[in-house]
Design a protein around this ligand. Structure first.
Ligand SMILES: C[S@@+](CC[C@H](N)C(=O)[O-])C[C@H]1O[C@@H](n2cnc3c(N)ncnc32)[C@H](O)[C@@H]1O
Length: 287
């Protein structure tokens, strides 16, 4: 059924808010928007922040463009502290994040015809203490900082991408994984392990393992770092129940919202870039 798609509405505050059946998209900087959301609003958060120094989303205030990896980690810790406040006490955070290498003194990166956001007008300098060609270890820097800030770090799931981007490197293996950390607000938390059991031998099922094999999926919209829905689905199934509300503070093209629609959850998405919020609105406006 095609429902009428509401247009972006101006609110009294500086953000714009789009109300859709079972979803709300708030256009604004996650730092400012989250501060105004009441505590205990969401059962879980599933999100993928911009990776440090890897993409240019061409907008002021974007996370990931910090000159220094330490500042990037601090920015994420501050945002996820607010996310923790807005979660119920039994809530979880499912955080997808990838790693990067030092830029080796390069100051820009040419645009890629298949992925415009990979073109960079700036490259962050090599972080202090690292050398050209070093793997930075961004996901673990973020995970340890979140743990230090009070989160329970519960699982480092590996998103294995069989159809990863080829790389021209000849002195290391081609990267074919990213991390999907499970963190909880409290020691005990909601986690429906039954809902995400995986097939085992002899037609039986077993507890889900930590390596998740999921192909990246092409998306023809103008946003270039979209989640594959099948990566998001287990997070929402394990981290929430029907009727719960799920948060994504880096909503992009709204994949978390799409999966929520399919699984009968509500969703709140925050996105800084109006063009991406529009894409999400179009994707979610059709039920
Ligand atoms: C990796 S993408 C998320 C893609 C999303 N998971 C999807 O499936 O389309 C990260 C998003 O964070 C947004 N972003 C960057 N800085 C932000 C900020 N300060 N507040 C809110 N969104 C931000 C970017 O515009 C980008 O759309």
């Amino acid at each position: 059924m095609l429902v009428e798609k509401p247009s972006i509405q101006s609110s009294q505050i500086e953000e714009l808010s789009i109300e859709l059946p079972n979803a709300k998209i708030i256009l604004g900087d996650a730092r400012k928007v989250l501060a105004r959301i009441p505590s205990n609003s969401f059962r879980c958060c599933v999100t993928s922040p911009p990776y440090w120094g890897l993409r240019d989303y061409s907008i002021d205030g974007q996370i990931g463009a910090e000159n220094n990896v330490g500042d990037f980690v601090k920015d994420l810790v501050a945002i996820f502290r607010e996310v923790r406040r807005t979660l119920t006490d039994d809530g979880t955070l499912w955080l997808n994040i990838g790693d990067s290498y030092t830029s080796g003194g390069r100051t820009w990166r040419a645009p890629d015809s298949k992925n415009v956001a990979r073109g960079m007008s700036y490259r962050a300098p090599t972080p202090e203490g690292l050398k050209p060609k070093d793997l930075i270890g961004v996901p673990w820097r973020v995970a340890f900082a979140l743990q230090e800030d009070g989160w329970y770090l519960r699982s480092d799931n590996i998103w294995y991408k069989p159809n990863c981007q080829p790389e021209s490197v000849k002195d290391r293996p081609t990267r074919s994984h990213e991390y999907l950390f499970l963190l909880s607000k409290s020691e005990k938390y909601f986690y429906d392990h039954e809902a995400i059991k995986e097939p085992a031998a002899n037609g039986k099922t077993r507890n889900k393992r930590t390596v998740w094999q999921v192909n990246t999926e092409p998306f023809s919209g103008a946003h270039f770092a979209v989640f594959p829905p099948s990566l998001v689905e287990p997070c929402i199934l394990a981290g929430s129940q029907e009727g719960d509300t799920v948060l994504d503070p880096f909503f992009g093209s709204g994949t978390v919202g799409l999966v929520c629609q399919k699984l009968n959850r509500r969703c709140t998405g925050i996105e800084l870039n109006q063009d991406y919020a529009e894409i999400a609105k179009q994707r979610l406006g059709i039920i």
